[in-house]
Design a protein around this ligand. Structure first.
Ligand code: KG4
Ligand code: ZN
Length: 339
């Protein structure tokens, strides 16, 4: 089965053809980074307009690169949430129309689950595992039984990890996108320049949860309070110290999830999975089997959508034309799939 995957949940306009949920025949990602750069953040209205302009060309390129005609497609998978609703609707509407005109089924796919599917395109991964989904919109730790079954153990109680990277980078004008800029600057900075605080969440209720609002406030408003005086207040030092603090927060929760479940296999997905500190720290733990997607599959892409969608379509779990887009994470969303 050859599935077309469409992803327009934020600022990447992407289409991909994936065969049997595994083999990527094409994965076209048209990034809007340059469009949003002057605003140091994604402008939703601009994002949806660009998706509208680009989607047809991006899909055509994906088919061309895959070396197939649209008639050879067996189905379409499209992200229908969570994300920016105006952007999601562009991909979703296109997918509905395209599927209808070709007389093939389509299915709505959850963006968060798709991120965790990304490494499955590159590795044969056994279940169960502890999944860490870490991006600009989500920070989730869950026990994963199969591609569609994730029991959420913890999540952020305020900002997502990537969001904290983006906000700190925007405040200090460190570069855009923020996570990439901070990761790059960190390589020349000293992690000990600032001792940023660690969130003290209630161990019972929030055992696996993370919080970034305290760290963000410390970095943005109380920099001098946490500075070790022998180090300079340079962008590199701020970046390196912040990055360490931000990643250690989520690593501490991940450690608890691993200890409590006894599951030693960890799979990571989402934009922040590209972070070098996270990758190096987790991979250096010899007691764990750690799987990261390659860098192009960390960020938003159509291949992860096509890959996950293949499984629904293979089980004849199709969506109908009434399917809507939704803005917030909700695994209940899969009830919109007719079984
Ligand atoms: O998965 P993604 O492309 O979109 C969402 O679903 O949110 O993730 C984007 C997020 C942004 O917050 C971006 O700053 C962050 O991933 N990011 C990084 C790195 N590369 C991207 N954060 C830290 N280090 C990186 N190397
Ligand atoms: Zn994403």
């Amino acid at each position: 089965m050859k599935i077309l995957g469409i992803e327009t949940s934020c600022d990447e306009c992407s289409a991909s053809v994936v065969e049997e949920g595994k083999h990527i025949l094409s994965n076209i990602i048209a990034s809007q980074t340059e469009i949003h750069k002057p605003y140091r953040g994604v402008v939703p209205e601009l994002a949806s307009r660009k998706h509208t302009e680009w989607i047809v060309g991006v899909v055509q390129e994906a088919l061309q690169k895959a070396g197939i005609s649209k008639q050879e497609l067996d189905g379409i998978a499209v992200t229908n949430g969570p994300g920016l609703v105006g952007s999601l609707i562009v991909g979703l509407s296109f997918a509905k129309g395209y599927a209808f005109s070709l007389g093939i089924p389509f299915v709505g796919v959850d963006h968060v689950k798709a991120h965790l599917y990304a490494p499955h395109l590159e590795y044969d991964i056994e279940y169960p595992y502890i999944g860490l989904i870490i991006s600009g919109g989500h920070t989730l730790i869950g026990k994963v039984e199969n591609y569609d079954q994730i029991s959420i153990m913890g999540s952020t109680i305020d900002d997502a990890c990537g969001e904290a990277f983006d906000k700190v980078a925007s405040f200090y004008n460190l570069g855009y996108p923020g996570g990439v800029a901070i990761d790059r600057l960190s390589k020349k900075g000293n992690q000990r320049a600032f001792d940023f605080p660690f969130p003290s969440l209630h161990k019972g209720v929030h055992r696996y949860d993370v919080s970034y609002s305290g760290l963000k406030t410390a970095v943005v408003n109380q920099l001098d309070k946490f500075r070790n005086k022998q180090y300079e207040k340079t962008p590199e030092n701020i970046a390196a110290s912040f990055q360490k603090a931000a990643i250690e927060i989520v690593l501490s929760r991940l450690k608890l999830a691993i200890e409590d479940t006894g599951i030693r296999r960890v799979v990571v997905g989402g934009g922040v999975a590209a972070n070098s500190y996270l990758r190096e720290t987790l991979k250096s733990n010899r007691d764990l089997e750690v799987i990261f997607p390659s860098l192009p599959l960390c960020t938003d892409n159509g291949a992860m959508v096509a890959g996950l969608g293949y499984h629904y379509l293979a089980e004849s779990r199709f969506s109908d034309l009434g399917l809507n887009a939704y803005p917030r994470a909700s695994f209940i969303s899969q009830s919109t799939i007719a079984t």
